[in-house]
Write a protein that binds this ligand. Sequence first.
Ligand code: ATP
Length: 272
Amino acid sequence: MQDTPLIELSQVTVRYGDPDSGTLALTQTSLRIDRGDFVALVGPSGCGKSTILKLVAGLLTASSGGVLLNGREANCKGIGIGLAFQNPTMMPWLTIRENIMIPLKIVEPYRGQYARKKKGEFAEKADAMLARVGLAGFGDKRPWELSGGMLQRASLCRALIHEPQLLLLDEPFGALDSFTREELWDILQQLWMDTGSTVLLVTHDLREAAYLANRVCVMSSRPGRILEDCPVPFPRPRSEETTYQPECVSLIHSLRKQIADARAGEPTQENA
Ligand SMILES: Nc1ncnc2c1ncn2[C@@H]1O[C@H](COP(=O)(O)OP(=O)(O)OP(=O)(O)O)[C@@H](O)[C@H]1O
């Protein structure tokens, strides 16, 4: 018997706004993600990638079809979820350490212990995470004192500090220069390998998808659905060099072609 997947979308439809005439964002979308997997969602702009993340996070309800998390209907409280987006929103009046500790203030079982532990154990946990991402000593700084890349590192710490089972990432490195982005791929890969979290990553960067993911799911143009589910078989840990190996280059070309076909509304052919 197969284990219950952590995420299961079955024949999901999402229509925003008016139930008859609103924007149809997703149709017949099915996706299964097992615990510990790392899945990248790619596809034409506006095809519904972020909509899938919102469904999984319990921030949006499907118009029809099923969205199960750990076998139960998805809602914000079902399992621990970490979130990181393209532009990390930090509270400017808090230090970086305090920003990172925000999930501990909100999520049980940490919430009940927050008042007692925020100056001791929790602060040490935040500092240890900052050190993991190369930001040792930055805990007392305010957000405006950090660069975009540093803020994105801190935002990864905040997404992971409550040890979530699931990490949802929406173009987290999209706004960064390519060197910083590649450094953060390495950091994210290490964090994923160490924590065993399940990751669902939305990205427009196909090299990023091939570097990080175990599977890349290619979506059709809006209304979106999953067209192809491409395994990424390269051994771990991967490095920037991995993305220049012929097998990886050919995978990236194939993904690019599938998305170009999807944008043109043509049927895709795997590895064409
Ligand atoms: N709250 C909303 N109300 C109405 N329409 C929406 C809403 N959110 C998204 N949409 C529409 O639904 C479609 C899918 O949006 P979504 O943000 O999921 O796409 P995406 O693939 O993440 O886009 P991108 O790659 O450009 O970030 C788009 O046409 C978008 O305009």
